[in-house]
Design a protein around this ligand. Structure first.
Ligand code: SF4
Length: 293
Protein backbone atom coordinates (compact mmCIF):
# COMPACT_ATOMS: atom_id res chain seq x y z
CA UNK A 1 0.00 0.00 0.00
CA UNK A 2 2.86 2.35 0.86
CA UNK A 3 4.64 1.38 -2.36
CA UNK A 4 7.21 3.50 -4.14
CA UNK A 5 5.97 3.73 -7.74
CA UNK A 6 7.96 4.48 -10.88
CA UNK A 7 6.53 4.22 -14.40
CA UNK A 8 8.65 4.13 -17.54
CA UNK A 9 9.96 7.56 -18.63
CA UNK A 10 9.03 8.93 -15.19
CA UNK A 11 11.48 11.65 -14.14
CA UNK A 12 9.99 12.25 -10.68
CA UNK A 13 11.84 11.48 -7.48
CA UNK A 14 10.60 8.53 -5.39
CA UNK A 15 7.36 8.94 -3.47
CA UNK A 16 4.69 6.80 -1.83
CA UNK A 17 1.23 6.38 -3.28
CA UNK A 18 -2.14 5.65 -1.71
CA UNK A 19 -5.50 4.95 -3.38
CA UNK A 20 -8.33 5.35 -0.85
CA UNK A 21 -10.78 3.78 -3.32
CA UNK A 22 -10.48 0.70 -5.52
CA UNK A 23 -12.64 -0.19 -8.53
CA UNK A 24 -13.34 2.09 -11.48
CA UNK A 25 -13.09 5.72 -10.38
CA UNK A 26 -16.55 7.30 -10.53
CA UNK A 27 -15.31 10.26 -12.57
CA UNK A 28 -15.25 7.81 -15.46
CA UNK A 29 -12.81 9.73 -17.69
CA UNK A 30 -12.60 8.18 -21.13
CA UNK A 31 -8.80 8.35 -21.08
CA UNK A 32 -8.30 6.78 -17.64
CA UNK A 33 -5.09 4.69 -17.67
CA UNK A 34 -6.16 2.82 -14.54
CA UNK A 35 -8.56 0.63 -16.57
CA UNK A 36 -5.41 -1.30 -17.45
CA UNK A 37 -5.28 -2.70 -13.89
CA UNK A 38 -7.86 -5.23 -12.58
CA UNK A 39 -7.97 -3.55 -9.13
CA UNK A 40 -9.32 -0.39 -10.74
CA UNK A 41 -12.21 -1.88 -12.72
CA UNK A 42 -15.74 -2.68 -11.54
CA UNK A 43 -17.74 -0.90 -8.81
CA UNK A 44 -16.02 1.67 -6.59
CA UNK A 45 -14.81 0.08 -3.34
CA UNK A 46 -14.12 2.37 -0.38
CA UNK A 47 -11.16 1.08 1.66
CA UNK A 48 -12.78 1.32 5.04
CA UNK A 49 -9.76 0.06 7.04
CA UNK A 50 -7.20 2.21 5.22
CA UNK A 51 -6.71 4.74 7.99
CA UNK A 52 -5.70 1.98 10.42
CA UNK A 53 -3.31 0.49 7.82
CA UNK A 54 -1.73 3.89 7.24
CA UNK A 55 -1.36 4.51 10.96
CA UNK A 56 0.71 1.32 11.13
CA UNK A 57 2.67 2.12 7.96
CA UNK A 58 3.72 5.62 9.01
CA UNK A 59 5.32 4.13 12.11
CA UNK A 60 7.28 1.63 10.02
CA UNK A 61 8.24 3.91 7.07
CA UNK A 62 11.97 4.60 7.12
CA UNK A 63 11.74 7.84 5.12
CA UNK A 64 9.15 10.57 5.10
CA UNK A 65 8.84 10.62 1.32
CA UNK A 66 5.92 12.63 -0.10
CA UNK A 67 2.70 10.62 -0.28
CA UNK A 68 0.60 11.02 -3.41
CA UNK A 69 -3.18 10.58 -3.37
CA UNK A 70 -3.80 9.18 -5.87
CA UNK A 71 -2.48 7.73 -9.08
CA UNK A 72 -5.33 5.40 -10.09
CA UNK A 73 -8.53 6.79 -8.59
CA UNK A 74 -9.54 10.31 -7.66
CA UNK A 75 -9.19 10.70 -3.85
CA UNK A 76 -12.10 13.18 -3.96
CA UNK A 77 -14.54 11.22 -6.09
CA UNK A 78 -18.20 11.55 -5.01
CA UNK A 79 -18.24 8.78 -2.36
CA UNK A 80 -15.57 10.66 -0.43
CA UNK A 81 -18.19 13.23 0.55
CA UNK A 82 -19.80 10.59 2.81
CA UNK A 83 -17.00 8.17 3.60
CA UNK A 84 -14.22 10.70 4.34
CA UNK A 85 -11.55 8.03 3.83
CA UNK A 86 -9.16 10.44 2.12
CA UNK A 87 -9.69 12.96 4.88
CA UNK A 88 -8.91 10.43 7.61
CA UNK A 89 -5.79 9.23 5.76
CA UNK A 90 -4.38 12.74 5.25
CA UNK A 91 -5.04 13.51 8.92
CA UNK A 92 -2.73 10.63 9.86
CA UNK A 93 -0.13 11.71 7.30
CA UNK A 94 -0.25 15.37 8.33
CA UNK A 95 0.01 14.50 12.02
CA UNK A 96 3.16 12.53 11.18
CA UNK A 97 4.70 15.31 9.02
CA UNK A 98 4.53 13.47 5.70
CA UNK A 99 4.46 15.85 2.71
CA UNK A 100 1.24 15.30 0.73
CA UNK A 101 0.68 15.48 -3.02
CA UNK A 102 -2.99 15.67 -3.92
CA UNK A 103 -3.97 14.90 -7.52
CA UNK A 104 -7.65 15.48 -8.20
CA UNK A 105 -10.33 16.87 -10.48
CA UNK A 106 -12.70 17.68 -7.66
CA UNK A 107 -13.54 20.86 -5.78
CA UNK A 108 -14.22 18.65 -2.75
CA UNK A 109 -10.53 19.06 -1.95
CA UNK A 110 -11.30 22.45 -0.39
CA UNK A 111 -13.20 20.67 2.42
CA UNK A 112 -9.82 19.41 3.68
CA UNK A 113 -7.77 22.60 3.42
CA UNK A 114 -7.53 22.82 7.21
CA UNK A 115 -5.84 19.39 7.31
CA UNK A 116 -3.64 19.98 4.27
CA UNK A 117 -2.30 23.18 5.79
CA UNK A 118 -0.76 21.24 8.66
CA UNK A 119 1.97 19.68 6.51
CA UNK A 120 3.83 20.61 3.29
CA UNK A 121 1.22 19.96 0.61
CA UNK A 122 0.96 20.50 -3.12
CA UNK A 123 -2.44 20.32 -4.80
CA UNK A 124 -2.40 19.32 -8.46
CA UNK A 125 -5.73 19.93 -10.19
CA UNK A 126 -6.21 18.22 -13.54
CA UNK A 127 -7.84 20.62 -16.01
CA UNK A 128 -7.76 19.38 -19.57
CA UNK A 129 -10.03 21.98 -21.15
CA UNK A 130 -11.91 25.16 -20.21
CA UNK A 131 -14.88 23.97 -22.30
CA UNK A 132 -17.68 22.29 -20.37
CA UNK A 133 -18.95 20.57 -23.54
CA UNK A 134 -15.56 18.93 -24.13
CA UNK A 135 -15.11 18.07 -20.43
CA UNK A 136 -18.54 16.43 -20.35
CA UNK A 137 -17.42 14.06 -23.12
CA UNK A 138 -13.99 13.16 -21.80
CA UNK A 139 -14.58 13.47 -18.02
CA UNK A 140 -18.35 12.84 -17.80
CA UNK A 141 -18.71 12.61 -14.00
CA UNK A 142 -15.99 14.99 -12.83
CA UNK A 143 -16.80 18.52 -11.61
CA UNK A 144 -16.89 21.19 -14.35
CA UNK A 145 -13.65 23.01 -15.24
CA UNK A 146 -14.90 26.22 -13.62
CA UNK A 147 -15.52 24.48 -10.31
CA UNK A 148 -11.94 23.19 -10.44
CA UNK A 149 -10.55 26.70 -11.07
CA UNK A 150 -12.62 28.06 -8.15
CA UNK A 151 -11.29 25.33 -5.88
CA UNK A 152 -7.73 26.05 -6.95
CA UNK A 153 -8.18 29.71 -6.11
CA UNK A 154 -9.24 28.73 -2.58
CA UNK A 155 -6.21 26.46 -2.30
CA UNK A 156 -3.81 29.17 -3.48
CA UNK A 157 -5.45 31.76 -1.21
CA UNK A 158 -4.55 29.48 1.69
CA UNK A 159 -0.90 29.52 0.57
CA UNK A 160 -0.89 25.91 -0.56
CA UNK A 161 1.22 25.55 -3.73
CA UNK A 162 -0.87 24.50 -6.72
CA UNK A 163 -0.15 22.82 -10.03
CA UNK A 164 -2.47 22.50 -13.03
CA UNK A 165 -2.16 19.25 -14.91
CA UNK A 166 -3.18 19.41 -18.55
CA UNK A 167 -3.04 15.69 -18.58
CA UNK A 168 -3.69 14.25 -21.03
CA UNK A 169 -3.84 16.27 -24.21
CA UNK A 170 -5.79 14.23 -26.75
CA UNK A 171 -5.15 15.36 -30.30
CA UNK A 172 -8.29 16.57 -32.06
CA UNK A 173 -10.23 16.57 -28.76
CA UNK A 174 -8.64 19.02 -26.32
CA UNK A 175 -5.52 20.06 -28.22
CA UNK A 176 -6.82 23.40 -29.49
CA UNK A 177 -4.03 25.86 -28.73
CA UNK A 178 -6.42 28.69 -27.81
CA UNK A 179 -8.13 26.48 -25.26
CA UNK A 180 -4.78 25.38 -23.86
CA UNK A 181 -3.77 29.04 -23.56
CA UNK A 182 -7.02 29.81 -21.69
CA UNK A 183 -6.13 27.11 -19.14
CA UNK A 184 -2.67 28.61 -18.69
CA UNK A 185 -3.95 32.17 -18.49
CA UNK A 186 -6.58 31.34 -15.83
CA UNK A 187 -4.01 29.33 -13.89
CA UNK A 188 -1.60 32.24 -13.91
CA UNK A 189 -4.34 34.66 -12.83
CA UNK A 190 -5.12 32.43 -9.85
CA UNK A 191 -1.50 32.12 -8.76
CA UNK A 192 -0.80 28.53 -9.76
CA UNK A 193 2.93 27.83 -9.79
CA UNK A 194 3.27 25.26 -12.50
CA UNK A 195 1.67 23.53 -15.46
CA UNK A 196 2.38 19.86 -16.02
CA UNK A 197 1.33 18.36 -19.33
CA UNK A 198 1.29 15.08 -21.18
CA UNK A 199 -0.17 13.63 -24.34
CA UNK A 200 -2.53 10.66 -24.13
CA UNK A 201 -0.91 7.24 -24.10
CA UNK A 202 -3.02 4.48 -25.56
CA UNK A 203 -3.47 0.92 -24.33
CA UNK A 204 -5.62 -1.86 -25.78
CA UNK A 205 -8.01 -1.69 -22.80
CA UNK A 206 -8.28 2.05 -23.11
CA UNK A 207 -9.05 1.86 -26.81
CA UNK A 208 -11.73 -0.79 -26.19
CA UNK A 209 -13.30 1.41 -23.50
CA UNK A 210 -13.29 4.43 -25.84
CA UNK A 211 -14.72 2.30 -28.64
CA UNK A 212 -17.64 1.30 -26.41
CA UNK A 213 -18.38 4.90 -25.38
CA UNK A 214 -17.53 6.75 -28.56
CA UNK A 215 -16.84 4.67 -31.69
CA UNK A 216 -16.20 7.74 -33.88
CA UNK A 217 -13.49 9.00 -31.55
CA UNK A 218 -11.83 5.60 -31.33
CA UNK A 219 -11.54 5.48 -35.14
CA UNK A 220 -9.97 8.96 -35.15
CA UNK A 221 -7.51 7.96 -32.46
CA UNK A 222 -6.47 4.77 -34.28
CA UNK A 223 -5.50 6.96 -37.26
CA UNK A 224 -3.69 9.51 -35.11
CA UNK A 225 -1.66 6.90 -33.21
CA UNK A 226 -0.88 4.73 -36.25
CA UNK A 227 2.68 6.04 -36.65
CA UNK A 228 3.31 6.31 -32.90
CA UNK A 229 5.64 4.17 -30.79
CA UNK A 230 5.16 1.61 -27.97
CA UNK A 231 6.97 2.50 -24.74
CA UNK A 232 6.51 0.53 -21.50
CA UNK A 233 3.21 -1.01 -22.63
CA UNK A 234 1.70 2.27 -23.88
CA UNK A 235 1.26 3.50 -27.45
CA UNK A 236 2.54 7.06 -27.69
CA UNK A 237 1.86 9.57 -30.44
CA UNK A 238 4.55 10.03 -33.04
CA UNK A 239 7.52 11.65 -31.33
CA UNK A 240 7.61 14.74 -33.59
CA UNK A 241 3.91 15.45 -33.06
CA UNK A 242 4.30 14.98 -29.30
CA UNK A 243 7.26 17.28 -29.08
CA UNK A 244 5.57 19.90 -31.21
CA UNK A 245 2.38 19.96 -29.06
CA UNK A 246 4.33 20.12 -25.80
CA UNK A 247 6.91 22.67 -27.02
CA UNK A 248 4.15 25.05 -28.12
CA UNK A 249 2.47 24.69 -24.78
CA UNK A 250 5.73 25.19 -22.93
CA UNK A 251 6.34 28.49 -24.69
CA UNK A 252 2.84 29.70 -23.70
CA UNK A 253 3.37 28.61 -20.09
CA UNK A 254 6.69 30.45 -19.95
CA UNK A 255 5.12 33.58 -21.45
CA UNK A 256 2.75 33.57 -18.46
CA UNK A 257 5.69 33.19 -16.07
CA UNK A 258 4.86 29.68 -14.81
CA UNK A 259 7.07 26.63 -14.42
CA UNK A 260 6.56 23.76 -16.86
CA UNK A 261 7.01 19.99 -16.81
CA UNK A 262 6.03 17.09 -19.00
CA UNK A 263 4.85 13.77 -17.55
CA UNK A 264 6.31 10.48 -18.86
CA UNK A 265 7.08 11.90 -22.30
CA UNK A 266 10.83 11.36 -22.58
CA UNK A 267 11.51 15.09 -23.05
CA UNK A 268 13.39 16.09 -19.88
CA UNK A 269 14.89 19.00 -21.82
CA UNK A 270 11.43 20.64 -21.89
CA UNK A 271 11.08 20.54 -18.10
CA UNK A 272 11.82 23.56 -15.97
CA UNK A 273 10.75 21.74 -12.79
CA UNK A 274 9.59 18.34 -11.45
CA UNK A 275 6.35 17.03 -12.92
CA UNK A 276 4.62 16.04 -9.66
CA UNK A 277 5.04 19.37 -7.85
CA UNK A 278 7.44 18.02 -5.21
CA UNK A 279 9.71 20.98 -5.91
CA UNK A 280 7.43 22.95 -3.57
CA UNK A 281 7.89 20.59 -0.64
CA UNK A 282 11.44 19.51 -1.48
CA UNK A 283 13.25 21.79 0.95
CA UNK A 284 11.16 20.53 3.82
CA UNK A 285 11.71 16.99 2.62
CA UNK A 286 15.47 17.52 2.54
CA UNK A 287 15.23 18.88 6.08
CA UNK A 288 13.36 15.74 7.11
CA UNK A 289 16.07 13.55 5.56
CA UNK A 290 18.68 15.50 7.50
CA UNK A 291 16.72 15.17 10.72
CA UNK A 292 16.48 11.39 10.26
CA UNK A 293 20.20 10.85 9.58
S1 SF4 B 1 -10.28 11.20 -12.27
FE1 SF4 B 1 -8.36 10.15 -12.73
S2 SF4 B 1 -8.61 8.12 -11.83
FE2 SF4 B 1 -10.65 9.03 -11.99
S3 SF4 B 1 -11.47 8.29 -13.94
FE3 SF4 B 1 -10.51 10.28 -14.29
S4 SF4 B 1 -8.43 9.77 -14.95
FE4 SF4 B 1 -9.25 7.93 -13.96
Amino acid sequence: MFNIVRASLCTCLPKYNINPYLGRCAHNCIYCYAVKFPSFTGPVIPRLRLKEEISRMVKKARMRLPVMLSDSTDPYQPLERNYEITRRCIEVLANNCFPILIVTKSDLVIRDINVLKKTPTVVSMTITTTRSDVASIIEPNAPEPNARFHALKRVVDENIPAVVRIDPIIPSVNSDINDLERIVSKSSEIGVKQVTASTMKMTKNLLSAIRRENPGLSRRLIDLYRDGEWIGGYKYLNIDLRRSILSRLKSIVEDYGLMFATCREGFPDLNTTICDGTAYCRKTLDDLFMAEK
